[in-house]
Design a protein around this ligand. Structure first.
Ligand SMILES: [Zn+2]
Ligand SMILES: [Zn+2]
Length: 129
């Protein structure tokens, strides 16, 4: 097991304690609120290091990376472009079709990320009202 600095351990504990998808600013703010202030550059470096150790996962959105616990089962994401809400989902047919698409290209699949953009249920109801 990789030995972590106190700050990296604090970042890891924060992420492991929730189901959220964190960006660097949110991590920095939460640690300040918890009485463990940390510089944003340290947060960015810490997140990248934790990901490289396989201790956290990331999803790349258009503008930024978000991080989540690494111990969740594989899933993909839907992101509301209105409020930023992130919905997790997993669909067997989509998974199977991705395997088939890769095989057709002779591509050895090692992983994938699927991010769908749109409006969440709440925001859609807001649009209808
Ligand atoms: Zn929304
Ligand atoms: Zn997720």
């Amino acid at each position: 097991m990789q030995r972590l600095t106190v700050q990296r351990q604090a970042i890891l504990d924060l992420i492991n304690a929730s189901n959220r998808h964190w960006d660097a600013d949110e991590v920095a703010r939460a640690l300040v609120d918890a009485g463990a202030p940390i510089g944003i550059a340290t947060v960015y470096r810490g997140l990248a290091a934790l990901e490289s150790f396989g201790l956290i996962d990331s999803i790349q959105l258009a503008d930024k990376k978000r991080y989540e616990r690494a111990d969740k089962a594989h899933h993909d994401h839907m992101i509301c472009t209105n409020c930023g809400h992130i919905e997790e989902f997993s669909h067997d047919t989509i998974e199977t079709l991705q395997q088939a698409a890769a095989a057709k290209k002779g591509f050895k699949l090692t992983g994938h990320q699927l991010v769908m953009f749109g409006f969440c249920k709440k925001c859609t109801q807001g649009l209808d009202a």
